[in-house]
Design a protein around this ligand. Structure first.
Ligand code: 5RP
Length: 218
C-alpha cells in the first residue's frame, strides 16, 4: 500500500471522533487535506471548523465549511492533525509544513487531539526529522546560537515566511531523549515563538495507517 492510501485510511478513520454538531479543530498538511475532504462530505453534520493555517482555511471554505475564529468558540471537542514524527509516548514533532504555532494553539484549546499519520512517521526517538522552531526574524541568529549550544545544527528554511510573519529554523542532529524538557528549554529562548515539539500537549490518540491496516494508540 502506498503512503497516500495510508494517509487516506487514517483521514477516514478520524471521522469517527467527530461529534455531531461539533466545531472541529483542523490541522495542516497533506494528511489533513484528505481529512478535510472527508469533512466536506459530512459538512451538514458539523457546525464549523477552527483552522491552524491559511492553507487549511482556504480548503475548508472551498469545501463549504465555515471557519471560525478560535476566540469566538471556547474549548473545542476535538482537534485533528498530522505529524512529522511520533514516538510511543505520543510525543510529536510537527511543523514540517510551517504551521506549528497555530497548530499548537488549536491543539492546546481542544479536549482531544487525534493525530493521523502513516506508519513512516513512527519512531523510537524523536529527532531524525529536523525540529522546526518558529522565530521572530530579528532573533534568528541569537536563537540559532542557543540551539547550537543545545547540540543542534539549525538551518534557516530559505524563502519561507510563516502565516504569522516569522521565520523557521529547522534543527538537525538532535536526539530528543526527554521531549517535555527540551520543549521547555527551547520555549525559554528569547525570540522563539514556538518549537515544533508537542510533548506537554501531546496527542491523545494516534491513528496509524499501515500495510496491515489501521492501528490505534492507545
Ligand atoms: C504542518 C505539520 C504537518 O502536520 C506535518 O508536517 C505532517 O504533514 P503531512 O500530513 O503532509 O505529512 O505539522 O505544520
Amino acid at each position: 500500500m502506498n503512503q497516500d492510501s495510508k494517509k487516506k485510511m487514517v483521514a477516514e478513520a478520524a471521522m469517527e471522533f467527530i461529534p455531531e454538531g461539533a466545531i472541529v479543530g483542523v490541522g495542516t498538511g497533506s494528511t489533513v487535506n484528505l481529512f478535510i475532504a472527508c469533512l466536506a462530505e459530512r459538512r451538514d453534520s458539523i457546525q464549523a471548523a477552527v483552522s491552524s493555517s491559511e492553507a487549511s482555511s482556504a480548503l475548508l471554505r472551498k469545501a463549504g465549511i465555515e471557519v471560525l475564529d478560535l476566540n469566538s468558540t471556547g474549548t473545542l471537542d476535538v482537534y485533528v492533525d498530522g505529524a512529522d514524527e511520533v514516538d510511543r509516548h505520543l510525543n510529536l514533532i510537527k511543523g514540517g509544513g510551517g504551521a506549528l504555532t497555530r497548530e499548537k494553539i488549536v491543539a492546546a484549546a481542544s479536549r482531544k487531539f487525534v493525530c493521523i499519520v502513516d506508519d513512516t512517521k513512527m519512531v523510537d526517538i524523536l529527532g531524525a526529522f529536523p525540529l522546526p522552531v518558529e522565530v521572530i526574524p530579528m532573533a534568528r541568529s541569537y536563537v540559532a546560537r542557543q540551539l547550537v549550544a543545545l547540540g543542534g545544527t539549525p538551518e534557516l528554511r530559505e524563502g519561507f515566511i510563516t502565516d504569522n510573519g516569522n521565520e523557521i529554523l529547522d534543527v538537525h542532529n538532535l536526539k530528543i531523549i526527554d521531549p517535555p524538557a527540551l520543549e521547555s528549554t527551547i520555549n525559554q529562548i528569547s525570540g522563539v515563538v514556538t518549537v515544533g515539539l508537542f510533548a506537554q500537549r501531546r496527542a491523545d490518540i494516534v491513528l496509524i495507517g499501515s500495510d496491515t491496516g489501521l492501528k490505534r494508540v492507545p
